[in-house]
Design a protein around this ligand. Structure first.
Ligand SMILES: [Zn+2]
Length: 373
């Protein structure tokens, strides 16, 4: 068993929810703490109200991962006069790091929007409000014959060479590489001062923006040459589309009332609210976890019959109905609590595979504070 650093957990979280995906107004990442500190007990929760912080203190955790950030905007003082100040002081005094993945986790592939969609039986859905379209690069490297498979393996390992559901996608052509090792060089092939001609492959593959740095690093490490000759081109083709909300199509039409009942059951809710004609036939479903009301226009133009989200206010609901969009309000908590299990299971499986001595807890007190009777 080995010990993990807070920074290790941060990188793991950033693998599933890259910080660059977060909306501009958001505040994600390590909010409080020291990336170099060893962590052995981590608690995952949606929010950190007082009672969740107390639970974390009782459980003696050294890191808390929340969905909603504790600090959103600039604060001018940290003192015991405010609830926020008291919480910050408690965290620092008890050496507890606080990390948040918020809109970046909502938006990410396999993140909360996708988890929510999966809970309702949808897969591979269209993004309703695109915010970020992934850049793609072509990497071309010149490899001596015999080393091509090793380089290809380094591509696959670092997220390069994926096209749709295909991995290890590459192209290679044989050719002759030339070089003359100069003074101070340590050539893998050939001798100083002599022009060499070597059988080489021109190996090329496609790399998404987020993998580029690690792909180049792994490629250079796997390459036998002292100086690796390679080119990187930015492509006009685009990669994954990241954004808010997902649009799914039901296999069979359902009435609004029975679909609302299905959502309630599937999300294991004690109650649910809906607005729209109960017998309206539903086929296209939009999902936005948390508060989706500010995207009503985009949802409508995506052609959805109904939006499932949380936090719908009276007037926003009327606006939606007037535009011909029905609403199922499953609550902010109801549409997001799946984050806790999902992040905890992800960290547990990493910890198990890597032999890390970390205990991952799911908060027991972070329950829906709103009771509907
Ligand atoms: Zn939320």
């Amino acid at each position: 068993m080995s010990l993990a650093k807070c920074g290790t957990i941060m990188s793991l979280m950033e693998t599933i929810a890259p910080k660059r995906l977060a909306e501009d107004w958001d505040n994600v990442g390590l909010i409080i703490g020291d990336g170099g500190k060893t962590v052995s007990r981590i608690m995952v929760c949606l929010d950190m109200p007082d009672w969740v912080l107390e639970e974390a203190l009782e459980e003696n955790v050294d890191m808390i991962i929340t969905h909603h950030p504790l600090i959103f905007s600039g604060i001018k003082n940290i003192n015991t006069d405010s609830n926020l100040g008291r919480k910050i002081i408690k965290l620092i005094k008890n050496e507890i790091s606080l990390y948040s993945s918020h809109t970046n986790y909502d938006i990410a592939k396999g993140g909360l929007n996708d988890i929510f969609a999966k809970q309702l039986g949808f897969d591979n859905l269209k993004v309703i409000h695109p915010l970020n379209i992934e850049k793609l690069y072509k990497v071309i490297v010149y490899v001596p014959k015999g080393s091509e498979d090793k380089i290809l393996e380094s591509f696959s390992r670092t997220g390069a060479g994926f096209i749709g559901k295909y991995s290890s996608c590459s192209f290679r052509v044989k050719g002759i590489g030339t070089f003359k090792p100069e003074e101070g060089s340590h050539p893998y092939i050939g001798n100083k001062g002599i022009l060499e001609e070597v059988d080489e492959y021109r190996l090329e593959t496609i790399v998404p923006e987020e993998s580029l740095t690690k792909t180049i690093k792994a490629m250079i490490e796997s390459h036998p040459y002292e100086e690796v000759a390679y080119d990187i081109y930015e492509l006009i083709n685009k990669g994954n589309v990241y954004g808010i909300g997902r649009l799914g199509v039901l296999q069979e039409e359902m009435s609004l009332a029975s679909y609302a009942e299905f959502v309630k059951k599937t999300l294991n809710l004690s109650s649910i609210r809906y607005a729209g004609p109960p017998d309206l036939k539903i086929k296209k479903v939009a999902l936005i976890n948390g508060s989706g009301s500010k995207y009503l226009k985009q949802v409508k133009s995506a052609g959805a019959d109904v939006l499932i989200t949380g936090d719908m206010q009276y007037h926003q609901t009327l606006d939606a109905l007037e535009s011909g969009l029905s609403i199922i309000d499953a609550g902010h908590f109801g549409t997001e609590i799946a984050m806790v299990k999902s992040v905890a299971e992800y960290l547990k499986s990493f910890s198990y595979k890597q032999g890390y001595d970390i205990e991952i807890l799911e908060s027991k007190t972070n329950i829906d504070p709103i009771v509907q009777i």
